[in-house]
Design a protein around this ligand. Structure first.
Ligand code: FE2
Ligand code: FE2
Length: 268
């Protein structure tokens, strides 16, 4: 069972972190969120906890990208960009967790039908820079950007809209970085290595259908996750209806990810 605790640090670490992030962080007050009935509050807290798990999982992925960038002597600009993106993902995690808290409580317990496992992603890995950029970046960042863009239309309270808009702005930059870095990293690879990168992408796509949208779920998990998403979409609290989510994932794969991977030279 995966538990993802997102506790705040005690001083003096909190003080240092606040000074660092103060430079980047605008204020996102959540004290005047609309009053909604209790069961909807619980659903909203759960959905925004899922958002926090998703953003938190980007931390080990970007850390692996940063480690491999240094290990494979990528241009400093790329390492610097990865470090900046890491800061963004930590901020997105915090904002999502804070929204969950504002709706009644962040949920640390990841249900077994979801694939979020940041601790596993943080383990030492055989995968090279191009591999992490394909799995975490080209697939992961592009899909999550597409979903956040679609969710904006289903987000009404101005406090939430500000957070989703900020996140989308950041994710646009992450996607641009990913594809540029991937193109550079893939160029010198041999045919066989490029084929291997295609194999790496497949499980990430599969996991996306069981976390970023609900299409890969079944049984009771499918029913409850679809219901939660529909209720949140109806209340305009930051989530698309489940079928819209699936359409967005399919479209991003067909229109951007597959052609993008082909463009950088992967044999798809
Ligand atoms: Fe993010
Ligand atoms: Fe991102």
């Amino acid at each position: 069972m995966t538990r993802i605790r997102l506790d705040d640090a005690a001083a003096p670490v909190a003080k240092v972190e606040a000074a660092l992030s103060g430079r980047l962080l605008a204020r996102y007050p959540l004290d005047a969120l609309p009053v909604v009935r209790k069961s909807l509050r619980r659903d909203a807290a759960l959905f925004w906890s899922q958002r926090a798990w998703s953003e938190y999982a980007a931390l080990p992925i970007l850390s692996q990208v940063l480690l491999r960038s240094v290990g494979e002597a990528a241009p400093l600009t790329e390492s610097q960009a990865a470090a900046g993106i890491l800061q963004d993902e930590a901020l997105h995690t915090r904002l999502s967790r804070d929204v969950a808290e504002a709706f009644g409580g962040y949920e640390a317990q990841v249900p077994p039908h979801f694939a979020y496992d940041p601790a596993a992603l943080s383990q030492p890995s055989e995968l090279g820079l191009a591999g992490w950029l394909v799995a975490g970046g080209a697939v992961g960042e592009t899909l999550s950007r597409a979903l956040i863009s679609a969710r904006l239309k289903y987000t009404e309270p101005p406090q939430l809209k500000a957070i989703v808009t900020r996140t989308l702005k950041d994710e646009n930059v992450h996607v641009a970085f990913t594809w540029a870095a991937l193109e550079r990293a893939v160029k010198p690879l041999r045919k066989q290595e490029k084929r291997r990168l295609v194999e790496i992408a497949a499980p990430t796509v599969e996991a996306a259908y069981r976390s970023l949208c609900t299409d890969g779920l079944s049984g009771a998990a499918l029913k409850s996750e679809r219901r939660l998403r529909q209720r949140l979409a109806d209340a305009r609290l930051g989530c698309c209806p489940p079928d819209v989510e699936t359409d967005v994932v399919n479209e991003a794969l067909q229109r951007f990810i597959v052609p993008g991977l082909q463009r950088v030279g992967l044999p798809l």
